[in-house]
Ligand binder design. Structure first.
Ligand SMILES: Cc1cc2nc3c(=O)[nH]c(=O)nc-3n(C[C@H](O)[C@H](O)[C@H](O)COP(=O)(O)OP(=O)(O)OC[C@H]3O[C@@H](n4cnc5c(N)ncnc54)[C@H](O)[C@@H]3O)c2cc1C
Length: 393
């Protein structure tokens, strides 16, 4: 049985970043994934992810995203990959509505920007329509515009970090499923479909499959929800919908049930469509049985509820649609922590629909946790302990 310093289970957004950062620090690391990342079965596919500095989910996340932006640029310089496009982000609210992650997403965004001195502008509805006529905003609060925000390319980011991990000496095991993780006094034994590996420590970054590898009292902290991404066809010229002219956007509606949708500029050329999505927390699923196909009625529902009357250049025809999985804790915050009883296990589950933008820094934090025992960024708000202090998990 091979023995190394750290085994990373899962090589998606968090696992690829962690494996790269560990290898860069000279750790002997083995990264294992049941598929061959990047792939379309977890939480990290679909061309683009929003990134913004002022975090509407809470200012505790801001240091992670600020560091991530530095790391994305480092990774780009090391690999030549284009990962981060800065084209601005516009947060619009049709009323003082409730966001599903935060009691008032727009207000928290503005407060985070003020706290961290993040460059932004507040645009009234008329100004939004003047500057971005692609959006038909008809009322609501002044919108938040952050010029330094933009979008990431998740698949390329995973690919680049895995490439660097290997360059720094990591061993990557693809298409090999971890079946169990067993702990002894000094180390861990990981059994996979192809063998056994020993290590001093293990990081579990298995995304939607996390619960399968944890004891029931921890597994039940995580719930998986199927989410849909749609690329709607553009009627008319492509240029106004490209990153040079259109920021990424988050649009809060007035109603509680249909709270929010968001979208990206068109990056796939003529016929590639423009990507939009919303969120649902009504129906949970299991990662192995989640319905991957998107039904016609789901496309129509997205268009009728969110797009019609707001993005006039989009037709009701989706060029493509796909399903993707959120892994959510009951307070919607991340978990980045050592297991309270198993000191050689670090659990890394930062999904809840907004983890990608933080993932480069999370990889660094987890590597620091594993090697140094202390982290440069405070991840205390993402502790496991909080659930047990709150009462029965
Ligand atoms: C629809 C959607 C939209 C999103 N939009 C945004 C956004 O705009 N901005 C943003 O910042 N974030 C966004 N997110 C969140 C972000 O994408 C996630 O937080 C992030 O991708 C989660 O990464 P992960 O590493 O936890 O999971 P994953 O990337 O899914 O990785 C988990 C990996 O573990 C592997 N694995 C699982 N079980 C095993 C096993 N037993 N053995 C070996 N390997 C295993 C899987 O194969 C997988 O590769 C979005 C998420 C979704 C689903």
């Amino acid at each position: 049985m091979d023995h190394c310093d750290v085994i990373v289970v899962g090589l998606g957004a968090m696992g690829s970043a962690t494996t790269y950062q560990l290898a860069k620090r000279g750790a002997r690391v083995v990264g294992i994934d049941r598929f061959s990342p990047p792939h379309v079965f977890g939480s990290s596919h679909g061309d683009t992810r929003v990134t913004r500095h002022a975090i509407g989910e809470g200012s505790a996340y801001v240091p992670l995203v600020l560091r991530s932006h530095e790391l994305w640029r480092e990774i780009e310089a090391e690999t030549g990959a284009e990962l981060l496009t800065v084209n601005g982000c516009l947060v619009m609210s049709e009323s003082s509505s409730t966001h599903s992650h935060a009691s008032d997403f727009l207000a928290t965004t503005v407060a985070s920007a003020k706290q961290y001195g993040i460059e932004h502008e507040m645009l009234d509805v008329a100004e939004v329509r003047r500057r971005f006529p692609q959006f038909q905003l008809t009322g609501g609060q002044p919108a938040y515009y952050e010029p330094g925000a933009g979008f990431l390319r998740p698949e390329k980011a995973i690919e680049a970090q895995l490439q660097l991990a290997q360059r720094y000496g990591a061993t990557l095991r693809r298409n090999e499923r971890v079946l169990s993780v067993k702990f002894s006094g000094s180390g861990v034994t990981v059994t996979t479909t192809q063998g056994q590996y020993g290590a001093d420590q293990v990081v579990i970054a298995a995304g939607p499959w996390l619960s399968e590898l944890l004891e029931p009292e921890f597994a039940r902290l995580f719930t998986v929800y199927r989410q849909l991404l749609h690329w709607f066809d553009i009627d008319g010229p492509l240029e106004p919908m490209t990153p040079e002219h259109l920021p990424v956007f988050i649009w809060q509606l007035g109603s509680r049930t249909n709270g929010i949708f968001y979208g990206f500029p068109a990056i796939n050329g003529p016929g590639g469509g423009l990507k939009v999505a919303t969120e649902q927390y009504e129906t949970h699923t299991e990662p192995d049985t989640a319905q991957r196909e998107v039904a016609e009625f789901e496309v129509a529902e997205m268009y009728d509820t969110y797009i019609r009357g707001r993005l006039p250049a989009l037709t009701s025809r989706a060029v493509k649609s796909t399903a993707c999985l959120y892994t959510v804790t009951r307070d919607f915050e991340f978990v980045i922590d050592r297991h309270p009883e198993r000191h050689n296990l670090i659990i890394c589950s930062p999904c809840s629909g907004h983890g990608f933008k933080h993932s480069a820094a999370i990889g660094e934090v987890v590597a620091q946790m594993a090697i140094d025992g202390a982290t440069a960024i405070n991840v205390e708000p993402f502790s496991l302990r909080r659930f047990f202090e709150l009462g029965t998990p």
